[in-house]
Design a protein around this ligand. Structure first.
Ligand code: SF4
Length: 208
């Protein structure tokens, strides 16, 4: 089947916004949000922590997704993109259309995707041990974004962070407890000056 006819379950898409987090903060991007995630983080802002939530899931062909793209870079997020067997096809089609591709993942499910895709690993194993990070991601990811709520998250992932010293590490305050988590991050940065603070800029400027 042609790549363009393949369908994926879509939660939503939006165009010409800015990436609010991590290395590409401030860059003009489109988002393709794939539907579904089983991990269940209590502070998930996508709705997937609530098993009873009736969230959007519309099967859409890749051709239709490509036709609405406005930005040179496309962020594929979720939910959890790697649960979808056609994720590599979507990545391939975007690259063939001369788009740059970022994928955001909890790392709980592994598939090979093109090495040209930038991968942001945001591990949630400390939240839900039933969904450990697949080991391949620690080598494959381009950046790691750790949501800081208690400060113990760094210790939890320390072994992986130490054995992959070239990984870019971004610490993101958990939005609902930012008055506590931002000071925690400032303390961590004093011990780990190569790590960086990542704020959810899009929320501060009121875009999606
Ligand atoms: Fe939400 Fe991401 Fe956690 Fe899934 S892994 S429940 S999408 S925060």
């Amino acid at each position: 089947m042609s790549l363009l006819k393949i369908k994926l379950p879509i939660h939503e898409t939006f165009q010409s916004t800015v990436q609010g987090e991590g290395f590409w903060t401030g860059c003009l991007v489109d988002f393709i949000r794939l539907s579904g995630c089983p991990v269940g983080c209590p502070w998930c802002d996508t709705g997937y922590a609530d098993p009873g939530a009736n969230l959007p899931r519309v099967e859409r062909p890749i051709a239709e997704l490509l036709a609405e793209i406005k930005s040179p870079r496309v962020v594929i997020s979720g939910g959890e993109p790697f649960i979808h067997k056609h994720l590599p096809d979507l990545v391939q089609a975007l690259l063939a259309a001369d788009k740059r591709v970022n994928i955001e993942t909890s790392g709980s499910f592994w598939q090979e995707v093109s090495p040209a895709a930038w991968i942001t690993l945001s591990p949630k194993e400390h939240i839900n041990p039933k969904y450990p990070v697949k080991s391949q991601f620690w080598s494959r990811a381009n950046e790691v974004k750790i949501v800081i709520e208690t400060g113990g998250e760094i210790d939890f992932y320390q072994e992986h962070l130490s054995t992959h010293p070239n990984l870019l590490v971004y610490l993101q305050p958990e939005w609902n407890s930012s008055s506590k988590s931002i000071p925690l991050i400032l303390q961590i940065l004093q011990q780990k000056p190569d790590y960086k603070l990542s704020l959810q800029t899009h929320k501060y400027i009121g875009v999606q």
